[in-house]
Design a binder for this molecule. Structure first.
Ligand code: ZN
Ligand code: ZN
Length: 678
């Protein structure tokens, strides 16, 4: 495919040009190799370097090693540049073999090579290997070379050996700004901030890296004020300084300050800046803003990376924004971004949290390499979506693939058994998890079991488990038990459970809600009122109910009795129509019970205006017939809304998927996947 030119020099040029162009297959590399041999070009070091670098670019490091080993003449500079090539390509394991090959050919590393070796050892945390290079440096008599001394100082600082770093620094006869910076960052990495500052203040010369080390140092220590003063005083601010400061604000939970800097940066922002801001919004649970920032990033033509995608998928998972999630998946495919285990896991999580379990499974199935996180995500996804049996099947498959289930796997599995009512399977996995798999059950596993037994009406067994569990039961465990008591109307047990809940934390708002729900279910309204009054007196914080629905990439959020939405008049008219239909189909809300069974929402608000109902109504009126409606709610859905949604799914012939705080409800043809227990 590459015709051989007539004279030697044009052959060299021809090969050099061809080799610089792209990456090659193994076969093409062999052809080039053959041309080099046939042309007698083994002494042309620049050409050979180009050839070797294309081996690395083509992900064929072994071919490079093979080539070097079989070279009939020894070119020390070529060995050195090959070692550096392997380091630059990040092919760390390959480097060791190559380095040994070089020594076997009696070629010693140059100073430049040693310095890049030290940098790589620092980056990979290869402490022992780095130390052996230190010996090598001493043996070769390079101990007074400033570049290598700085390299060693930086290496020791980064692998955590501050004592050696200090020693290197003290022994240096000449110090330049690079050495000072390395020492400043070694000190700040180990928390010696005052010493670092002292050194910084006394530096004869400072560059942007010096300032940035100090900014990062203060940010890491949480002294955001000091970091900001450094940032403001920095006369040589570069994009790294801005990014470090924005990141610092986000880690310190000061989103507004981060945002302010982000805006002020204007066109100086690079992809790191955008990623920092997007993942910051996700961390602070401002998911809508994360997505909006991404849209802005696209408008400004900044190329998103895998990191961006992972943050965005997490935002979509929280919001239940399936359309946006699908768009991102499509974008990943179009841009041919590699779907590795991390990105794959983010996709699986997004699809299962958006209730699209088939799509989650499809991603899972296509992943070439699945790690434990991927298996855990799909098992948990199947579990919360009500496919307990399938989750169990996967446990067996996972082991066939040679992976050992861990604690997280069992949470997903037990949760799946609970949501699908698989009592005996749940029981046996719970006992096997330690006996067979060696995983010690933790509080969350006990919580799942209490939930599973309680749901099945096995209250005695559930209580027994709570009493005998080796860890102190927490509010979730008692809460599950209380829920079971409510469903199965066991008043005696309830009182005991509530007392335990209140002993645990008298100020936890959730406990009062449980308690008042219990009294409400027993129609003991006086006690309900006392309970509510205590809550108000103690200033117990109530989270307002909030539901979101995504339409054409825009997430609409509603709270109970909402009036902020632009189309609220039409929505209210439609809600009235729904209310009429519900009445026709015999839906009669027990007002007294309902008002108190609502978890945290304002009890004064009429039930028909609960946030999930508004979101569903908005979805029904804004989407074509037959389209599935997906709503995400931050709290548990109330029993009145639950039975109303069942009827709505039947009357309007729509599948409605509501993800509440605990689980998924797939409403279809008048039934719900949770089988009325949640
Ligand atoms: Zn409700
Ligand atoms: Zn349900």
């Amino acid at each position: 495919m590459y015709s051989t030119p007539k004279n030697l020099w044009s052959l060299v040029d021809h090969l050099a040009v061809a080799l610089k162009r792209h990456s090659f297959t193994r076969k093409q590399l062999e052809q080039f190799h053959a041309q080099i041999l046939a042309g007698g070009l083994l002494r042309s070091a620049p050409l050979l370097t180009t050839f070797l670098s294309s081996c690395y670019r083509s992900q064929e490091p072994h071919y490079a090693l093979l080539f070097m080993r079989n070279l009939p003449i020894c070119i020390p500079s070529l060995w050195n540049s090959t070692v550096r090539l392997s380091l630059d390509s990040g092919l760390w394991p390959d480097f060791v073999g190559l380095y040994n090959g070089m020594l076997r050919s009696s070629v010693f590393p140059s100073k430049v090579t040693l310095s890049s070796v030290l940098r790589s050892c620092a980056a990979h945390g290869a402490a022992q290997l780095g130390e052996s290079f230190h010996c090598q440096i001493l043996k070769m008599g390079f101990e007074l070379d400033v570049i290598l001394q700085t390299g060693l100082l930086d290496f020791y600082g980064k692998v955590g050996d501050l004592r050696c770093a200090r020693k290197m620094f003290a022994e240096m006869l000449q110090k330049d700004v690079v050495a000072d910076n390395a020492m400043v960052s070694a000190l700040s990495k180990h928390g010696y901030v005052e010493e670092a500052r002292d050194l910084f203040d006394n530096m004869p010369q400072r560059n942007s890296a010096s300032w940035n080390s100090m900014i990062t140092c203060y940010c890491k220590l949480g002294d955001i004020g000091a970091a900001r003063s450094m940032f403001d005083a920095n006369p040589v601010k570069d994009v790294v300084s801005w990014n470090a400061m924005i990141d610092g604000y986000i880690k310190a939970d000061q989103l507004l300050a981060a945002q302010e800097l982000f805006v002020r940066m204007g066109t100086a922002r690079n992809s790191v800046t955008w990623n920092t801001m997007i993942s910051g919004y996700v961390q602070c649970k401002e998911f809508g803003k994360a997505i909006a920032t991404f849209q802005e990033m696209r408008v400004e033509n900044v190329k998103p990376t895998e990191v961006t995608m992972i943050s965005l998928l997490s935002a979509c998972a929280h919001l239940g924004a399936l359309d946006m999630g699908e768009w991102i998946h499509d974008y990943i495919r179009r841009k041919r971004l590699m779907i590795d285990a991390v990105l794959g896991n983010a996709l699986i999580d997004m699809y299962s949290k958006c209730g699209s379990i088939e799509a989650a499974f499809d991603v899972f199935d296509r992943l070439p390499v699945k790690n434990i996180f991927c298996w855990n995500s799909i098992i948990a996804g199947l579990g919360t979506n009500g496919y307990g049996e399938k989750a169990i099947d996967l446990l067996a498959l996972m082991q066939e693939e040679g992976l050992k289930p861990d604690g997280v796997t069992f949470v997903g599995l037990l949760c799946g058994c609970s949501h699908s009512g698989l009592v005996s399977a749940g029981r046996s996995y719970f006992s096997e998890m330690y006996d067979i798999y060696g995983v010690t059950p933790k509080i969350e596993h006990y919580g799942c079991m209490v939930d599973l037994l309680g749901r099945a009406g096995l209250l005695k067994e559930a209580v027994e488990l709570v009493k005998t569990m080796p860890v102190k039961p927490n509010a979730q465990v008692w809460g599950s038990l209380l829920r079971a008591c409510q469903i199965h109307k066991d008043a005696e047990l309830s009182k005991d459970v509530v007392q335990n809940l209140l002993d645990l934390d008298p100020r936890d708002g959730g406990n009062y809600v449980y308690l008042s729900n219990l009294y409400a279910s027993l129609s003991r309204w006086d006690e309900v009122n006392v309970c509510r009054k205590v809550m108000i007196d103690r200033g117990v914080h109530k989270v307002p109910g909030c539901s979101s629905i995504e339409l054409d990439g825009i997430v609409h959020e509603f709270v109970a009795g909402d009036s902020r939405h632009l189309q609220i008049t039409q929505i209210n008219l439609f809600l009235d129509e729904i209310a009429k239909k519900l009445k026709e189909h015999g839906h009669e809300s027990n007002r007294a019970l309902v008002l108190h069974d609502i978890e945290d929402e304002e009890k004064e608000t009429a039930v028909s205006y609960h946030s999930e109902r508004i979101a569903v109504a908005f979805g029904l009126m804004s989407t074509p017939p037959g389209k599935t409606i997906r709503v995400v709610k931050n709290l548990r859905t109330c029993s009145d809304c639950h039975s109303a949604l069942k009827i709505i799914s039947n009357v309007y012939k729509r599948e409605i998927i509501v993800r509440d705080r605990k689980r998924f409800h797939h409403f279809k043809d008048g039934c719900c996947s949770c089988r009325d227990y949640w």
